[in-house]
Design a protein around this ligand. Sequence first.
Ligand SMILES: [Zn+2]
Length: 426
Amino acid sequence: MIIGIDDTDSVDGMCTTYLTAILIDKLKGLGDIRGLPHLIRLNPNIKYKTRGNAALAVEIDTYPDSEEQIVNTAISLVEDMADMDCENTNPGIVFLIDQGRNDPGFRQDLESFMWQAMRDVLAVEDARSLIGKYGIKHKEFKNGRGLIGALAACGSVLCGLSDHTYELIAYRQPGNFGTPREIDRESVFRADRETYPGTWDTVDISNNTIVFAPHSPDPILFGIRGDDVQSIEKAFGIIGSEPAGLTLLYRTNQGTDFHLLDAQICDVLEERSYKLTGTVVDRPVTIRGGHMFFTLKGSGSIRCAAFEPTKGFRNIIKELIPGDKVGVYGGIADGTLNVEKIEILELAAYEKTSNPVCPTCGKRMKSAGSKQGFRCKGCNTKSGEVVRTTMGRGITPGIYEVPPCARRHISKPLVRSAEPDVYPSR
Ligand SMILES: [Zn+2]
């Protein structure tokens, strides 16, 4: 059986990953958990979403006659723990019992639904229609929007993903919920130094801050993300903190860029994320608050933004000039692409023109009038061509990313794409 759960969390403290960790604990005795639980980040650009837009799924080999008990355990746990008073919390639970094993049509439908949940905008009706078509056991609360993520997370378990990473989440002991987290900052930087790039996005070196622990009142103490389970466990051993309660390792789609669609600029839609290619039209401008904007032209044109929270990333953006050919990655909101990564493909030549120097007396010549060349005021020497100087550019072709403190969970850090000898410098 595969159990998918989504949308039980709220800004006030509950978190679907924690609920899943508790559920796994409660299911001992009713079946054997198979593999790791899956933590799936859905389309990060959706307007109606819970904080991180994470959905969870867990696979369990049931014991004889334990199915009903498992279903009831999961439902009553969600009833008990989900923050039902929060307007934005609309839990959904899905149980794949017989579906999928021998039905390629179902697997195909579920897989395509999962990709839509990561990249597109789905309605609860889309989830209900899939549930109805295959008679899937489920339970929904309030408007039932959680059914979307619950199905998508089941899809990840049943159909697999072409790329994945891991996150070890350490939860707080319940007595500490809501109090400031005690984490030994220096040990976190040390853990990063000793395990990067097997782990990543634990700290943000350029902004001198740790980024692997939330500031909200939720049950998470911290989460260590990475590609390599051994490195993650090593980092966990190095980090000093208040005593953790439950800890659980998840298989995730974090750091995969699965949210990105390829498209032409003229075809982009709100609430989706894209990789777009085009030519820079104007010099980036900075508005109050430090947000930076420029226009990209291809098949149509689009405004691109590097907002203040992207910090030093704006130092790359501000060097762009008209004519630069770039690829931008990011989500669309209000007609603007919020840049997560930029690939500088080709830099435009940047020339400065100046008046020639007089060959006789070495003084800078003045213009002799429109199309009249130049004249030296000192000795009256005429002529001379305008001098063109190719200026150096403050950037070089390559791919650049926002710092870890500004990165979305699902966005792929460059360190994951690079060969070991060309890891981006930090
Ligand atoms: Zn002269």
